[in-house]
Design a protein around this ligand. Sequence first.
Ligand SMILES: [Zn+2]
Length: 345
Amino acid sequence: MSCSSKGVCILSSLVTICWREENQEMVRPIRSRISSLLCAKAPLVASHVYESWCCSRFSGRTSSSFMRPWPKFMDWIQMNSCRAAASLPLIKEKQPEGPSYCARLDRENKGLDEGNMSETDDYQNLFGLMKQRFMSFKNQKYIKELEHFQALEEAQSPKFMVIACADSRVCPSNILGFQPGEAFMIRNIANLVPPMKNGPSECNAALQFAVTTLQVENILVIGHSSCAGIEALMNMQEDVESRNFIHKWVASGKLAKLKTKAVTAHLSFDQQCKFCEKESINQSLLNLLSYPWIEDRVRRELLSLHGGYYNFSNCSFEKWTLDFKRCNVKEEGSSYVVKEQDFWC
Ligand SMILES: [Zn+2]
C-alpha cells in the first residue's frame, strides 16, 4: 500500500470514529488531527471521504449512525479541502485534462443527448453531468485563473447590472459571455422592471444594491423572442382581479401592452406579442428612471440604460441605448428616444 493510500485509510478510520463517536469531547481532538492532515492532502482525502459517505448514504444502510442529517462536520471537511485545493496544484494531477478525459466527457454527454439511458439512471446522469461541468469549470477556468477568482473573493465591481427573463433558453452568461464578476444579474418573468410606485420587489432590491453600492455603469434589460411572460401579459383580461402570481407580476408591463394594442391593432396576435417583447423593454427603461437614485446617476452621466433583444429563432441580437436627454419622462405618459442601435447577426 502506498504512503498516500495508507494515509487515506487512516483518515477514513478516523472519520468513521469521529462520525460514530457520541462523546463530543473526544471528537474535537480528532477533528483537529484530521484538519492538519487534510491541509496536506486535501483534494484526495476530501474526495475519498465524500465518496465513502455517499456510498454508505445510498447503499441502504439503516444504522442510526447513518440516519443522522448531513453533518456540519462534512461541511467543515469540504470547506477546508476547498481552501487547500485552491493553493495546491495536486488537484490537476487527480483530474486529467488530456484528450482521453475530454473524449470520455464527450461520450458521456453524447449518451445523454441520445437519451439512451434508463429512467433509473436519469437522476444520476443529470447530476453526474452537472458534476463534470463543475469540475471542468474548476479545472479549465477557476484553477487557471486563480488570482482573478481570489480577487473576486474580496470584492466585486461589475460594470453591468443585467435584467433578463427567467426563461431557460436565454441565459445572458451563455449568449453574451458574461464571466464571473462582470454582471450583477436578476432574472424574472418577462424581464420586467416595475416602477417605483409599485413598491418593493426582488427586482428593485437588486437594482438598489447594484446602483448605490456596486455603482454599476450600465443597466441592460434583455428581452427575447417567444417570451411566454409577454404572451401572458398580452392575453390577460383587463381589470380582472387575479390571484395568479404570474398575472400579478406581468401586470407591471401594462403600459407596454396598452401601447402595443394601440399601434398594432391591425397585426396578428403573434406579431403583437413580438412588438410588445421590445416595447416592454423600453417601458422598463423608463421605469428605471422612476427610481431617484437611478435617475440621478443617469442625469450625471455616471450610468447608462440599455435595451437588448435576443431572437433565438435566427440567433440575432439587437442592442440600443436610452437617449436620456431626449426622453420625455413624467408621471404619466412618458416617451422614450433611443440611440446607438446595433444589430448583431
Ligand atoms: Zn421570457
